[in-house]
Design a protein around this ligand. Structure first.
Ligand SMILES: Nc1ncnc2c1ncn2[C@@H]1O[C@H](COP(=O)(O)OP(=O)(O)OP(=O)(O)O)[C@@H](O)[C@H]1O
Length: 344
């Protein structure tokens, strides 16, 4: 579940706005020995959403869904084929340089740091590139060094850093110029548990303390669970969910599990309305029931007729739910125009 925490001030004014945004790539494929045919790939197929200032939003989807393409359009690297896109009121493709000062970007699979330079020299170059005022630079660097444990790494050339160290270095580099928006594309990919925890708590702090708006792309759903109240799911270039995680669970028709320990081994529990026994292991039995239903009446029904010793309720495995969502199982696939941009 999303941990209870102080929430940043989310203002109504949208910082990121997309209206029917499309990106179509034309690719040539071999068709025989000499012939090549042209094909269109609709990487982003009419996406609309708004992200208010101060929000941290998850942007997830299977491989090839269109996440990176969206982020590249939001940075101005790619020009949309259609629709309207604004970040802090700026059209990224038209005014990329002006936008650069207001956004920070971390692509987990690639570094923006200088491979042969010590980390601190990379930061110095970032300072000059963005013309960050001295006092701002010093304060931001000190904060990142402290919270991301960078002190022992500052004199180490980037190529000698481990993946987790490099990622922390990259995240700091993206924040030295005080961006209003931070795009993170797989910031925890390949990191060990400790590094992931460090990165997550830092991002939470940046979002809550600074009010930095964050768009987070990840395959690790724990990132989403721990950081985002709102999650958007993209599939085949279309938005198929925009809301909270609970809504995503419900959309995927997920089931929760009531695990009961009986006083002794018994045949599978029967006759509990709204639940079915899916597993029996000695005196322990597993009963599946709809994610949206309350467990209380089930517990009462079991306790009434069986020698109940202990129980627990397990949340559905979100990854399984999302796999189901992608497969179309139970998910109400909405057209982009149907999505409530103000969700959650
Ligand atoms: N430059 C390009 N030329 C042609 N097709 C492209 C290009 N970039 C992306 N695509 C295609 O667009 C679709 C969306 O790709 P994109 O990289 O945005 O997906 P993604 O959701 O970020 O996937 P992943 O999780 O694997 O990174 C894919 O079918 C991809 O092959």
């Amino acid at each position: 579940m999303v941990p209870k925490r102080e929430l940043p001030v989310v203002s109504g004014d949208p910082l990121i706005e997309l209206d029917g945004v499309e990106k179509v790539f034309t690719v040539r494929r071999r068709a025989g020995r000499l012939r090549r045919t042209k094909h269109e790939v609709r990487a982003v197929d009419g996406i609309s959403f708004r992200v208010p200032r101060g929000e941290m939003v998850g942007y997830i989807g299977p491989n090839g869904a269109g996440k990176s393409t969206t982020i590249k359009m939001l940075t101005g690297i790619l020009v949309p084929s259609g629709g309207r896109l604004r970040v802090a009121g700026i059209d990224p493709a038209r005014e990329r340089t002006r936008l650069t000062r207001r956004i920070g970007v971390v692509f987990g699979q690639r570094t923006t740091l200088w491979w042969d330079l010590p980390l601190k020299d990379s930061y110095e170059l970032v300072r000059r590139m963005y013309r960050v005022p001295d006092a701002v630079y010093r304060a931001n660097l000190a904060r990142c060094v402290e919270l991301l444990d960078l002190a022992p790494l500052l004199d180490v050339p980037v190529r000698q850093l481990s993946l987790g160290q490099r990622m922390r270095g990259d995240i700091a580099a993206a924040l030295l110029h005080d961006p209003e928006v931070l795009y993170l594309d797989e910031p925890t990919i390949g990191l060990d548990v400790v590094s992931k925890a460090k990165v997550r708590s830092f991002l939470r702090e940046v979002n809550t303390e600074r009010g930095t708006t964050v768009l987070l792309t990840t395959h690790d759903l724990t990132d989403i669970e721990q950081l985002c109240r709102r999650v958007m799911v993209i599939d085949h270039g279309r938005l198929v969910h925009d809301g909270d995680l609970a809504g995503l669970r419900a959309a995927a028709d997920g089931e929760r599990m009531l695990v009961v320990d009986l006083a002794r081994e018994l045949p599978p529990i029967e006759g509990v309305p709204g639940a079915r026994t899916v597993k029996v292991e000695g005196p322990r039995q597993w009963l599946a029931f709809p994610a949206t239903a309350s467990a209380a009446p089930l517990v009462a029904a079991v306790a009434d007729r069986y020698p109940l010793v202990d129980l627990s309720v397990r949340e559905p495995d979100i990854e399984a739910l999302i796999a189901e969502l992608y497969a179309g199982g139970g998910a109400a696939r909405r057209k982009p125009g149907d999505v409530d941009p103000g969700a959650p």
